[in-house]
Design a protein around this ligand. Structure first.
Ligand SMILES: [Zn+2]
Length: 167
């Protein structure tokens, strides 16, 4: 989210938490060792899209609608590295457009509704979809940035599991 969209409340939240942070939140914390890392980028994105911590799946990723937590309360992952910016909005627009396009065409082709009624239905549906997609899209993008170790995230992978065929 761009800086100009932040409220003074967001800034004070950030400042409060920055003071509480240990210098390196990612290392030397026993909690971080026990996190069950996702098996793939898709799994990480799914966790993020569901609003869960992509790293451990144990805690919430967002403390406000589009504000990720600074530190995961379960695995202590530092989420301040995320830079989703306005990419979630592009994804929400893309998805909404693809879902609504056939619906709009069908609505307009055979309906006896007035233009105002049509516009009201279409605009409402688009707004609901747009807003509905924003948080999952942001969660998935943050998960992806974390998975690929972008913007200062530490790239982490599961230790290869011993999945013998005799099991
Ligand atoms: Zn976590």
């Amino acid at each position: 989210m761009p800086d100009f969209m932040q409220t003074p409340l967001d800034r004070s939240y950030r400042a409060d938490n920055a003071r509480k942070l240990p210098i390196s939140a990612n290392h030397g914390n026993p909690k971080t060792e026990s996190a069950e890392l996702p098996a793939s980028a898709w799994k990480a994105m799914l966790r993020g899209a569901r609003g869960r911590c992509p790293r451990c799946n144990e805690a919430k990723l967002f403390h406000r609608f589009l504000k990720p937590v600074l530190i995961c309360s379960a695995c202590a992952q530092d989420w301040t590295h995320q830079q989703a910016d306005d990419f979630p909005a592009y994804i929400a627009i893309l998805l909404t457009g693809h879902i609504m396009a056939p619906i709009i065409i069908a609505l307009v082709q055979d309906t006896k509704l007035s233009l105002i009624a049509l516009a009201a239905i279409i605009v409402t549906a688009m707004l609901v979809l747009m807003i509905g997609f924003l948080q999952p899209a942001k969660g998935a993008i943050i998960a992806l940035q974390w998975w690929f170790g972008m913007h200062g995230f530490t790239k982490e992978r599961r230790a290869p599991e011993n999945t013998g065929r005799d099991k």
